[in-house]
Design a protein around this ligand. Structure first.
Ligand code: FES
Length: 149
């Protein structure tokens, strides 16, 4: 898997910035993820070589942390809290609603507690926290996405 010029620059920048840190793998991966929005699979051999790790080690870190994407994100990302407080306040119905009506260019991800338990159900929409998410509010958000296409 080869890297694009942009990906190569991001990976090289991350290696230069982080390779000498103790426990460099995680900050280096964050550096790449912050620059690109994902960690391209083709970056794994470069990162492994720079850190003197096996490719399996690097891949293990990427796959352990659910926040690391391996491909560019789709247009919008809706993260819905699936932890207890949010489930008790209607989170399951929201998850079913998302499954039913989310357009194909929307990435839907579960997340387990966003720290808004007192204002459940909670979600994160394109990086913005949303408290007291209701079916009507979710419809409004998804309609807003449609208006941006
Ligand atoms: S349980 Fe959903 S925000 Fe904490």
């Amino acid at each position: 898997m080869s890297l694009s010029a942009l990906e190569t620059t991001a990976v090289n920048d991350a290696i230069a910035a982080c390779a000498e840190l103790a426990g460099a793998c995680l900050p280096l991966l964050h550096h790449v993820h912050d620059a690109l929005g994902y960690v391209p699979p083709g970056a794994v051999p470069h990162i492994a070589l720079a850190l003197n790790l096996s490719q399996a080690d690097v891949h293990g870190v990427i796959s352990f942390y659910h926040d690391f994407r391996s491909a560019p994100p789709l247009t919008h990302v809706v993260r819905l809290c699936r932890a207890e407080a949010c489930q008790a306040m209607g989170g399951e119905a929201l998850a079913l609603q998302l499954k039913r009506v989310a357009p194909p260019d929307v990435t839907v991800q579960p997340v387990y507690c966003l720290g808004l338990c007192a204002s459940a159900p909670a979600g994160m929409i394109d990086g913005r926290l949303v408290a007291r998410l209701s079916p009507a509010r979710l419809d409004q958000v998804l309609s807003g996405f449609a208006g941006q296409r």
